[in-house]
Design a protein around this ligand. Structure first.
Ligand SMILES: Nc1ncnc2c1ncn2[C@@H]1O[C@H](COP(=O)(O)OP(=O)(O)OP(=O)(O)O)[C@@H](O)[C@H]1O
Length: 340
């Protein structure tokens, strides 16, 4: 059973007269991986630094494992932090880099040896313990940084864009490894990224931020399938966004108001006429462009009412060429209303 482990209440942060964080509230369960996802400048790093105790001044309350920590010094909080730049000591071996915090804590040599060996095995670097950082790849350096933080068994591990400096393939490998360590060792992690796919792939919960505020918090699937406002619909996925008036033009009876929009996920269109055709909206149009997204095709099409929409189909299904006249079907119940 999970339980609330980190709680942030009414957090507000002002940096050089700029209100960067505006009254944020959220809770995180123990032994889960939560991601802060948001555009550049939305305040992700600022919140992480506040939890770690690296901001000068904040208002609000931060509770970790039942204890108020906002007035504690950073080194009193028992929190680990990992940055994009690995911040390893260049003049120390891998073993000594990982052992560093344990030596500061004055642990016995035998304990240090045992703990460092075990954690290097976890990150699969046991054969590199005598190497120096300059002889490691980017991915290996970041695994040393992760091992160095994990060996201290912090209450929570904060990771600020830890994969940004790595190549695409290594990024994916390492994000999966981080998720595996988190689950295997039962660590509570808070992970900052601006990469949607990364957040979706590894998180138990995602907190989407914009402009210093939480826009939505939920599981990756909830965030993707039920964006709760227009910002979310634009930021997550590749939704078609329509006004009430545009939807009426397509033949759906909705009240026109200026407070709502409607979204249709491109992958929910169907090519063949469904059996229960009354439950579906048929949209006729002409293909404007075709993009291959690997496993899928994305078709942009212009409806006969003059709207441009996107539909996605797996590429083993029927392919359409530019200018082709088409009819695509979408279940009326899959057209979702979102507030502004
Ligand atoms: N020392 C500072 N003084 C004034 N404003 C600051 C300071 N540091 C950051 N900011 C502002 O605070 C806002 C949030 O910055 P923050 O670094 O937390 O965003 P972020 O979401 O982590 O962005 P990124 O993904 O680009 O790292 C930005 O608008 C930034 O310009």
């Amino acid at each position: 059973m999970s339980s609330i482990f980190l709680e942030v209440k009414d957090l507000a942060i002002d940096l050089s007269g700029n209100q960067v964080i505006k009254n944020m509230n959220f809770k995180i369960q123990k032994n889960t991986l939560t991601t802060f996802l948001g555009p550049s400048g939305s305040g992700k790093t600022t919140v992480l630094r506040a939890i770690a105790g690296l901001n000068q001044k904040i208002s609000g309350q931060i509770l970790l494992d039942g204890e108020e920590i906002q007035n504690l010094a950073a080194n009193q909080r028992n929190i680990g932090m990992i940055f994009q730049s690995y911040a390893l000591f260049p003049n120390m071996s891998v073993f000594e880099n990982v052992a560093y915090g344990l030596r500061v804590r004055k642990e016995a040599d035998t304990v240090i040896k045992k703990k460092v060996d075990a954690i290097l095995k976890t990150v699969n670097l046991q054969d590199k313990e005598q190497s120096y950082p300059e002889n490691l790849s980017g991915g290996q350096k970041q695994r040393v940084a992760i091992a160095r933080a994990m060996v201290l068994e912090p209450k929570i591990l904060l990771l600020d864009e830890p994969l940004s400096a790595l190549d695409a393939k290594i990024r994916i490998d390492l994000r999966n490894q981080i998720r595996e360590y988190q689950q295997r060792l039962g660590i509570t992690m808070l992970f900052v990224t601006h990469d949607q796919a990364e957040a979706m792939a590894i998180s138990d919960e995602i907190i989407v931020m914009d402009n210093g505020k939480v826009q939505q918090k939920g599981s990756p699937l909830e965030i993707y399938t039920h964006p709760q406002n227009l910002f979310m619909a634009k930021f997550i996925g590749n939704h078609n966004i329509l006004s009430a008036e545009q939807l009426r033009d397509l033949g759906v009876e909705v009240a026109v108001d200026n407070e709502s929009s409607f979204i249709i996920r491109p992958e929910l269109f169907q090519v063949n006429m469904p059996k229960e055709s009354n439950d579906y909206l048929a949209i006729s149009g002409k293909i404007k462009s075709v993009s291959i997204l690997g496993d899928r095709f994305e078709y942009r099409f212009i409806t006969k009412e003059g709207l441009e929409l996107k539909a996605e189909f797996l590429n083993q299904q029927q392919a359409f060429t530019k200018e082709k006249e088409v009819v695509f079907y979408v279940k009326k119940g899959d057209i979702k209303k979102v507030g502004i």
